[in-house]
Design a protein around this ligand. Structure first.
Ligand code: F6P
Length: 345
């Protein structure tokens, strides 16, 4: 039986290692001799940086610990594999390393770019008559992968975001200012609004939830935003707006993505970049003279250990194991999905 190599790619999550643990456990249960882990994904693999996971995982307790440890144990990368016709030598090199390590199954835990890698490698294997199998394991806090009901990593991030939002709201209610306070919470997710939507989880018996939620799927109207917040400020002294990092403004001529990319020149002539929350906070204080505060949840929402969801941990573990089973059954060029109806990934 051939060996397995597994890699982690893209933004870390609280449960990315749960999938790694699932791959390892299932592979070992099925008698695979060696389970290699590529360091920093395909980027490290190309530099022949990999480890034998058995040097680190000695028993079931190690598997359990890995399962519950957030952020990428193997390290990840943001590397987009070029198209086959653009760099044939690169593909030849990849398959040379795979053959050298006697790899039968290549598992990649990641998001959109990682699934693209899986597809390209499996296409190349088929075209060149090689037998390795390539399987993708979904992972992203953004919840933006097609076909799967949801993505492992999203649940934990959503739980963190809901809890953090509630804490921010509680604090901001505790002290009011004469001209009011607007707190703008910026949430990750690129072009998908699932994470920003999760700020609504703050709502409950003890918390009203955010006053406004702005998602990236809807073109952002600055005048309308200012008008609405202004009206709310007149009613209550503390207003909370949750905005996605990827909201886009349309001014008739162009659509400008706000996510940390709006450039401005400061008083000293230095170019600065600002994200959505800072940009909006500046517009609000300009217009209303109110106090503003920004909360960028940033990387906290990705790998916060204490709020990992147990369901998320277990699902991530299961999809890891399912990847090994799928390859064993002859699948290649596919991603494991979570099917909500059967609950059996
Ligand atoms: O894709 C996950 C994600 O956390 C996005 O929500 C975010 O836009 C992006 O990664 C940030 O990536 P990086 O940490 O590489 O800047």
């Amino acid at each position: 039986k051939g060996n397995i190599i597994v890699g982690q790619s893209g933004g870390p999550t609280a449960v990315i290692n749960s999938s790694l643990a699932g791959v390892y456990k299932t592979a070992k249960d099925r008698g695979v001799t060696k389970v290699y882990g590529m360091l920093n994904g395909i980027q490290g693999f190309l530099e022949e940086r990999y480890i034998d996971l058995s040097d680190y995982i000695k028993n079931d307790l190690d598997i359990e610990l890995l399962k519950r440890t957030p952020s990428a144990f193997l390290g990840a990368c943001r590397y987009k594999l070029p198209d086959i016709h653009k760099d044939k030598e690169l593909y030849e090199k990849i398959f040379e390393i795979l053959n050298k390590l006697d790899i039968e199954c290549f598992v990649y835990i990641g998001g959109n770019d990682s699934m693209d890698t899986i597809k390209k490698l499996s296409d190349y294997a088929i075209v060149t008559g090689q037998t390795q199998r390539f399987i993708g394991v979904p992972k992203t806090i953004d919840n933006d992968l097609a076909l799967t009901d949801h993505t492992p990593g999203y649940g934990s991030a959503a739980k963190y975001i809901g809890t953090a939002t509630k804490e921010v709201i509680r604090d901001s209610m505790g002290l009011v200012y004469n001209k009011g306070l607007v707190t703008v919470i910026e949430v990750m997710g690129r072009n998908a609004g699932w994470l920003t939507g999760a700020t609504a989880l703050a709502k409950g018996e003890d918390c009203e939830g955010p006053d406004f939620i702005y998602l990236p799927e809807v073109i952002f109207d600055l005048d309308n935003f200012l008008e609405k917040v202004g009206k709310q400020l007149a009613k209550k002294k503390s207003v909370i707006a949750a905005v996605s990092e990827g909201i886009k403004i349309a001014d008739g001529r162009y659509v400008c993505e706000l996510s940390a990319n709006v450039e401005y020149v400061d008083a000293f002539g230095h170019k600065q970049l600002t994200g959505a929350a800072n940009y909006l906070a500046n517009r609000l204080s300009e217009k209303f003279g109110c106090k503003t505060r920004t909360v960028e949840l940033s990387t906290l929402q990705r790998s916060a250990a204490h709020l990992s969801s147990l369901v998320d941990i277990n699902e991530a573990f299961q999809v890891g194991g399912a990847a090994v089973k799928a390859a064993d059954e002859g699948d290649t060029g596919k991603m494991v999905v979570i099917d909500r109806v059967s609950d059996d990934p």
